[in-house]
Design a protein around this ligand. Structure first.
Ligand code: NAD
Ligand code: UFG
Length: 342
């Protein structure tokens, strides 16, 4: 069974491609390499023993994308391809609408021109909930107006995908609203490759630990939480990757048409920034240089998932320890560092 993975050389896409291959799916990857490296393709092969078909295509190029659908019959599409920096999206909203929404529109147009039934999984984000009034956040929590163009693109893409499933005979779809993925593959052959100075906490922690950054700034310790720092639902990248396989398998079994649903993907447990930092220090036996700084603009105080819907409906559960994700993230940073030295 053929599955197209857009953005499949990126962080979450590459881990998901591995889990799909391990489950026996025949994976084709499309990526523009705007935020990934072609070497990831070799490392997917090193891990799985399978060379996946790869096309360097920007999804905004509809003709090139169309030609891939003409040459293949895909049962599923896992659509990761997008730009993901909240700060960049604030500075360059047009780029984010063009790239993230434009790509999704092209993909949907092409799917609607096809006869075969296609099951689509879309990478959404818990960012669509903003600061939810009720915690843990369940799927009935309202989708708010977004503070960043990035968040807005996720909201719009969810809407246009849902609209297309309503009117199309060949598309069923699921949006997965990820909480905070962290960690790397246990082999240390693939992981997150942040561009420049990382925005996200864990790459910032590992880059500080390796000496690439002087110190980690914890953005605020005066929030109304148990230790004053923000709370997030960190999820092991392997668990998140497996959620995509479970979602595809679920869609493949569905007989009805016009199916659309959305699910939270998290662990259900919130950790504060300080708790995560201390866990990193303990599991890796490292002292981290950090200081408390000002709050970061736009940060929500607390977000963690109610995962009952995904657990019950799709049968997926997070299994891997967050401490293990922090171990693999550190091993991955060490690996990147050893490659820098050579
Ligand atoms: P990533 O940047 O590592 O991967 C995205 C991949 O898509 C990259 O390889 C990039 O080169 C490719 N890409 C981007 N635009 C493209 C285009 N127009 N055509 C072809 N390829 C294109 O990011 P990631 O962390 O793996 O995120 C994957 C998806 O999950 C994104 O949609 C992101 O918004 C979403 N998401 C990520 C997080 C997170 O914390 N990492 C959280 C919630 C949602
Ligand atoms: N943090 C620090 N110092 C840093 C970086 C982060 O204290 O150097 C804190 C933040 O203030 C926040 C927590 O660590 O409290 C997590 O921050 P991240 O930037 O790692 O994650 P966010 O939850 O802010 O956002 C991420 C992605 C978004 C995505 C969202 C939900 O960046 O794109 O998760 O999936 F939408």
């Amino acid at each position: 069974m053929k599955i197209l993975v857009t953005g499949g050389l990126g962080y979450i896409g590459s881990h998901t491609a591995i889990e799909l291959i391990n489950k026996g799916f025949n994976v084709t990857i499309i990526d523009s390499l705007v935020n990934s490296n072609i070497k990831v393709l070799d490392n997917i092969e090193n891990i799985t023993g399978k060379r996946v078909e790869f096309h360097k295509i920007d999804l905004r190029s509809k003709d090139e994308l169309y030609s891939i659908f003409q040459k293949n019959i895909f049962s599923g599409v896992v659509h990761f391809a997008a730009l993901k920096s909240v700060s960049e999206s604030v500075n360059n909203p047009k780029l984010y609408y063009d790239n993230n929404v434009g790509s999704t529109e092209n993909l949907l147009d092409i799917i609607s021109s096809r006869k075969e039934k296609i099951n689509l999984i879309f990478s959404s984000s818990c960012t669509v909930y903003g600061q939810a009034k009720k915690l843990p956040i369940n799927e009935s929590s309202p989708v708010l107006n977004q503070e960043s163009p990035y968040g807005e693109t996720k909201k719009i893409c969810e809407e246009i995908i849902q609209n297309q499933t309503i009117k199309s005979e060949n598309l069923n779809a699921i949006s997965l609203r990820y909480f905070n993925p962290i960690g790397a593959h246990e082999s240390s052959l693939i992981g997150e490759l942040p561009n420049g100075i990382p925005d996200n906490l864990v790459p910032y922690i590992t880059q500080t630990a390796i000496g690439k950054r002087k110190e980690l700034t914890i953005f605020g310790n005066d929030y109304p939480t148990r230790d004053g720092t923000c709370i997030r639902d960190y999820i092991h990248i392997k668990d998140l990757a497996e959620a995509h396989v479970a979602a595809i398998e679920y869609l493949l079994k569905i007989k009805k048409q016009n199916f659309y649903d959305f699910f939270n993907v998290g662990t259900g447990k919130g950790l504060t920034v300080l708790e995560l930092v201390k866990m990193f220090e303990k599991i890796n036996n490292i002292k981290l240089n950090y200081r408390i700084g000002d709050r970061r603009n736009g940060d929500i105080i607390s977000a963690y998932a109610n995962t009952k819907k995904v657990n019950k409906t799709i049968g997926w559960h997070a299994k891997n320890e967050i401490s293990n994700a922090l171990k693999t993230a550190w091993k991955w940073e060490l690996k990147l560092h050893s490659l820098d030295d050579n």
